[in-house]
Design a protein around this ligand. Structure first.
Ligand SMILES: *Cc1c(COP(=O)(O)O)cnc(C)c1O
Length: 450
C-alpha cells in the first residue's frame, strides 16, 4: 500500500514518524503534556468527577443483579473488579533479560481476569450495556432506581429486552463483553468482527446465541458497517468504541477502585512516591478512560503510558500528528496483520486522542514477537497467563529508564533516582481469562523473530 502524501511529510521530519514507518520500536513522549490542574482549568474537561461517580453508583445499583447471575463476583459483592498482584520475580527476570533497571515495586493489575468477559472490556463494555438496559427499563416504567436490581433477572425483563438489539464492532474482546452481557439480559445481539479477530472468540459468542458478522477488513470497517446496520433499525443500539462516553466512564471507574486497593495494601502515592502505569492500547477507549480516571484521582503523581504494536500505533499517530481520528496507520505504509488482535486498530478514537491529549505521558510501541516472550516469562515467573495483546504493557518498564526519550521524561518531571526507588510501577493486564486451553498451547509455542 502506498504511503499517503500527508504521512510522507511527517515521515520526512524523521524521529518518531520515521521509526513508525520503519516498524521500529519507539517511545513517543507527549509534547503537549501539562500539569493536571492546568488541563482542567484550560480545557474544561468534558467528563467530570461527578460523571465518574455517577457511573460508579450505577455499577453499585447493578451489583445485586451481577452477583446473583455471576457467582464468580461473589467475593467482590457483585462488583466486577480485579486483583492488584505484586510480580517481583517477573521484574527480576525482565531486568535480567533486557538489562533494564526497573526501580520501585512492580505490580500487575489483573483486568485479564475480570469476571464475565475476561478482559478490561468488562469495565467499559458491560457498563455501557447495563446503562442502556437501565435507561430502557426506567423509561418503560419497569423499574425505579430504588428497586433491587435483581429484578433484571426476571423473565418479563428478559422478554422486554428481547424487543431490542445491541450491536458493536470489535476486534474480539469488546464483542465478548458486549455480547455476553447483552445476551444474558435478553437483548438480541450482533457483533461485527474485524479480520484480526480470533476464531475462538467468534465461536464463544455464537455459543451464547450472538450473531457474529465477519469482515475481511480491519476494525474501522467493522465499526463502520455495524454503525450503519444499527442506525437503520430504531430498536437497535450501537456501542460505538470510537466515540462512546459511557464506555469511557466505565473504564474511568477503575481509578477510584485502584486507589482503594493501594490504600488497603498500605501503599502511598504522592509527590515522593510516584506511580507509573502502562496500559496496552488499541483504539484508545480502555487505556484512555483508565488514564483519565487515574489523572483525576492521582493528578501529577501518576504517569500513564500507552503501549501499542509497532504495526498499529494509531493513538500515537492521532496525537503526535494532532489529526486525531483522521489518521490511519495504513497511510504510513503499515498494513500487515498483527498478532496483537486486541490492539489492531488502524484509526484511533478521536474522543480519546483529544480528551487525553494533555494527560498521557507518552506511548511505547512493541514488536509482536516480543509479546509472546513476555507472555512466557510471566507464566514461568508468576504462573499467570495473560493473552499476547495484554503483554504489550511490559515494553514500558523495560524501556523507560533505558531509552533516551524515557530518561528525558524522567528528568523533566523531577523523577530522580530516590523518587523512582520509592515508586510503584503497574502493568495493566488487559485480557486472558477466557482463552481456551488449546489456544494457550498454541500461544506458548509461538516464536516470532524480531
Ligand atoms: C481492547 C483491548 C485493549 C485496548 O483497549 P482499546 O479500547 O481498544 O484501546 C487492550 N488489551 C486487550 C486485551 C484488549 O482486548
Amino acid at each position: 500500500m502506498a504511503i499517503r502524501d500527508y504521512a510522507q511529510e511527517f515521515i520526512n521530519r524523521g524521529g518518531i514518524f520515521r521509526d513508525i514507518a520503519d516498524r521500529k520500536e519507539t517511545l513517543w513522549i507527549n509534547d503537549k503534556y501539562l500539569p493536571f490542574e492546568m488541563v482542567d482549568a484550560v480545557t474544561e474537561l468534558v467528563v467530570s468527577d461527578d460523571d465518574i461517580a455517577d457511573a460508579a453508583r450505577r455499577l453499585e445499583r447493578f451489583a445485586p443483579y451481577i452477583r446473583k447471575c455471576f457467582p464468580e463476583t461473589e467475593a467482590d459483592n457483585g462488583l466486577i473488579e480485579s486483583p492488584l498482584e505484586e510480580i517481583a520475580s517477573m521484574r527480576d527476570t525482565l531486568a535480567a533479560e533486557y538489562s533494564a533497571d526497573i526501580p520501585g515495586r512492580f505490580f500487575l493489575k489483573m483486568d485479564s481476569h475480570l469476571a464475565i468477559a475476561g478482559s478490561v472490556k468488562a469495565r467499559g463494555g458491560i457498563y455501557e450495556v447495563l446503562k442502556h438496559a437501565e435507561d430502557l427499563a426506567l423509561e418503560a416504567g419497569m423499574i425505579t432506581e430504588d428497586d433491587n436490581y435483581e429484578r433484571f433477572a426476571d423473565d418479563d425483563m428478559k422478554e422486554f429486552f428481547g424487543r431490542y438489539t445491541v450491536q458493536v464492532g470489535s476486534t474480539g474482546n469488546l464483542g465478548l463483553s458486549i455480547g455476553i452481557m447483552s445476551a444474558f439480559l435478553g437483548f438480541k445481539v450482533k457483533v461485527h468482527m474485524s479480520a484480526d479477530a480470533r476464531q475462538w472468540k467468534k465461536d464463544l459468542l455464537r455459543s451464547k446465541g450472538v450473531e457474529v458478522i465477519e469482515y475481511e477488513d480491519d476494525y474501522s470497517k467493522a465499526v463502520l458497517e455495524g454503525r450503519r446496520d444499527s442506525d437503520m433499525d430504531p430498536s437497535s443500539y450501537f456501542v460505538d468504541d470510537e466515540y462512546s462516553v459511557p464506555l469511557f466512564l466505565g473504564y474511568a471507574v477503575a481509578a477510584g477502585r485502584l486507589k482503594g486497593q493501594l490504600e488497603a495494601k498500605g501503599i502511598t502515592v504522592d509527590k515522593d512516591h510516584p506511580m507509573i502505569v502502562y496500559v496496552p492500547c488499541g483504539v484508545g477507549g480502555a487505556p484512555g478512560g483508565v488514564c483519565y480516571g487515574l489523572k483525576r484521582v492521582f493528578k501529577d503523581n501518576v504517569h500513564v503510558f500507552f503501549c501499542e504494536p509497532t504495526l498499529y500505533p494509531s493513538v500515537l499517530l492521532g496525537m503526535a500528528t494532532d489529526m486525531h481520528n483522521a489518521v490511519n496507520v495504513n497511510d504510513f505504509g503499515l498494513n500487515e496483520m498483527s498478532e496483537a488482535d486486541g490492539l489492531a486498530c488502524a484509526s484511533p478514537s478521536g474522543f480519546v486522542t483529544r480528551i487525553d491529549r494533555n494527560l498521557v505521558s507518552g506511548d511505547f510501541t512493541v514488536e509482536d514477537g516480543r509479546l509472546y516472550d513476555f507472555m512466557r516469562s510471566l507464566k514461568e515467573t508468576e504462573d499467570i497467563l495473560i493473552e499476547p495483546s495484554s503483554c504489550a504493557a511490559f515494553i514500558g518498564p523495560v524501556t523507560l529508564t533505558k531509552s533516551e526519550a524515557g530518561r528525558g521524561y524522567l528528568s523533566a518531571h523531577g523523577l530522580t533516582e530516590d523518587k523512582l526507588n520509592d515508586c510503584i510501577q503497574i502493568c495493566w493486564a488487559t485480557g486472558g481469562r477466557l482463552v481456551p486451553d488449546e489456544i494457550w498451547d498454541k500461544y506458548m509455542n509461538t516464536h516470532i523473530t524480531y
